[in-house]
Design a protein around this ligand. Structure first.
Ligand code: THU
Length: 162
């Protein structure tokens, strides 16, 4: 028997203004993306911005549905759109912003498990990690170095190899 440990490291910033200029721009884009949120059920607005290696920034927002599971998170809307338009282009970074007129935002929102799994697939397909920025207006920002770090003991295509 062996006991193993994984370390999960991230950076916490009190305010968006403490981020690098490039990261602030990504956060601005994520808030811009949030304008497209369709969230009449949760009233929880999420915007995501994906920066691609070709300089394009692709936006996405959460899309809900009366049949709840038919909706999709902002991250997957953005990343699937980016990969649909630019299948061969690597992802440089991802910013996710949350806000609500009805719910008090207490902390940055981390991607759900399904989003982590979807994002990881693209990260593993490229040569470098995808930093993830989790932003709020008043409740700080987290900077996570990679998707992989958020999903230890993941399942990927190597599990399906012969
Ligand atoms: N949601 C996202 O878009 N991304 C996340 O990281 C967490 C949750 C959405 C899904 C749903 O529309 C609403 O937030 C409440 O769960």
């Amino acid at each position: 028997m062996a006991k193993e440990k994984l370390l999960f490291q991230y950076e916490r910033f009190d305010h968006i203004s403490e981020l690098t200029e490039d990261d602030q721009l990504m956060v601005d884009q994520a808030f811009e993306a949030m304008k497209g949120s369709y969230s009449p059920y949760s009233k929880f607005r999420v915007g995501a911005a994906v920066l691609l290696e070709n300089g394009q920034i692709v936006l996405g927002a959460n899309q809900e549905n009366a049949a709840y599971p038919s909706g999709l998170c902002a991250e997957r809307v953005a990343v699937f759109a980016a990969k649909s338009q630019f299948p061969e282009v690597a992802i440089i970074s991802l910013a996710i912003a949350v806000d609500s007129e009805h719910i008090q935002i207490k902390a940055p929102a981390a991607p759900c498990g399904a989003c982590r799994q979807s994002l990881l697939e693209f990260e593993l397909n490229q040569d470098f990690p995808i930093p993830v920025i989790l932003a709020t207006k008043e409740r700080g920002v987290l900077l996570i170095e990679s998707v992989k770090s958020m999903l230890p003991l993941f399942f990927d295509r190597t599990n399906l190899d012969d």
